[in-house]
Design a protein around this ligand. Structure first.
Ligand code: NAP
Length: 320
């Protein structure tokens, strides 16, 4: 009987947690600043507008501040002073320093509330198809870019007991022909796990958003043609793989992209909750049931089971 007590207590806590989240009052956005990276398009763009509408002071980091996306953002926010577009390439330390200076010189009365590490890039290709420079670029944008920005803003976040939101993906748990993307998301999850525990004592909360496939909601991954992939291969890879195989793999990948949800607002809802809920979750998985089932299999079953499931998915594509 007593042996079951810890399990019963855990179950009770799991049941009470959603009630606690519902009970307390939401955060008052007025007078609080949030910096978001990667606002030229996609989730970052939508979040910047949503937070602005809620009353936050928004610093919208854009890779290209004179580009269409940044201009549209400024226009859609009605040119109000509470939304400021700034140049922020997360791979450039001086952009990050300049962003911090700008934020510091325009802090609203309640200070710096949130950092959203949203900027990211994606591609597709088997491990040997991609050159070392591509791996370096992915590590720099998707992983080091978030770390670089976080380290710069950590003192401010500690001071105001703010929040840090990271964009991961369900792809952190498995990979289907885009290991280069998965590895950066898996690594950022571990960075967040360490940070979340360490920031607790300062009252800073760290949240991870794990979207499923929303490829049709954003610009993250346009469909790739077999010709594009083939033309990037080294001569050594071309000697191993043939064009039919590349075509099959491109078809497979593009068919996954075409199944992507068009309702990016669901992901933005989770980002907003992470920033405004009195009791934000450590992880928000925003995905279809079958995507969650795949994550479940990958997380809980032995690797041999996960490999069988993923190999089955890839089995239609044979190296002739
Ligand atoms: N869409 C999905 O299905 C999905 C699923 C899981 C996770 N995510 C994650 O969600 C986040 C947002 O992506 P999204 O889907 O909204 O795609 P997106 O529309 O491509 O947005 C990504 C943004 O990051 C910007 N960016 C690229 N390199 C940058 C750099 N060096 N510094 C600063 N900004 C940079 C891009 O600018 P340009 O437009 O100028 O290139 C773009 O505005 C990413 O971290 C992505 O991995 C997306």
């Amino acid at each position: 009987m007593w042996a079951a007590a810890p399990v019963l207590l855990l179950l009770l806590l799991l049941l009470l947690l959603p009630l606690a989240r519902r009970g307390a009052a939401r955060l008052e956005p007025a007078g609080r600043a949030v910096l978001i990276t990667g606002c030229d398009s996609g989730f970052g763009h939508l979040l910047a507008l949503r937070l602005h509408r809620l009353g936050f002071t928004v610093f919208a980091g854009c890779l290209c501040p004179s580009g269409d996306g940044a201009r549209r953002l400024q226009r859609e926010a009605g040119g109000a002073g509470r939304l400021r577009v700034l140049r922020l390439d997360v791979t450039r330390a001086r952009d990050v320093r300049a962003a911090k200076e700008l934020v510091l010189s325009h802090l609203p009365e309640r200070g710096f509330w949130g950092l959203v590490n949203n900027a990211g890039i994606s591609t597709f290709g088997e491990t040997g198809w991609l050159p070392m420079e591509t791996y370096e670029k992915f590590a720099d944008v998707n992983l080091l870019g978030s770390i670089r920005t976080t380290l710069a803003f950590l003192p401010l976040l500690r001071k105001y007991k703010g929040r840090i939101v990271f964009m991961s993906s369900i792809i952190a748990y498995f990979t289907l022909g885009n290991g280069i993307y998965s590895m950066t998301k898996a690594a950022i999850e571990k960075f967040c796990d360490a940070l979340r525990l360490e920031m607790k004592k300062f009252g800073v909360q760290v949240c991870i958003i794990q979207p499923g496939n929303y490829a049709r909601s954003t610009k993250i991954q346009p469909p790739l043609s077999a010709e594009e992939i083939w033309s990037e291969l080294s001569e050594e890879e071309k000697a191993v793989y043939n064009k039919e195989y590349i075509q099959e793999r491109a078809n497979f990948f593009n068919s996954i992209l075409s199944e992507g949800s068009t309702n990016g607002g669901e992901v933005v809802d989770a980002m907003v909750d992470a920033l405004t809920s009195p009791a934000p979750k450590a992880r928000y998985m925003v995905a279809k049931l079958k995507e969650k089932a795949l994550v479940f299999v990958c997380a809980l079953f032995p690797t041999v089971v996960m490999d069988s499931v993923l190999s089955y998915a890839l089995s239609k594509v044979k190296l002739a």
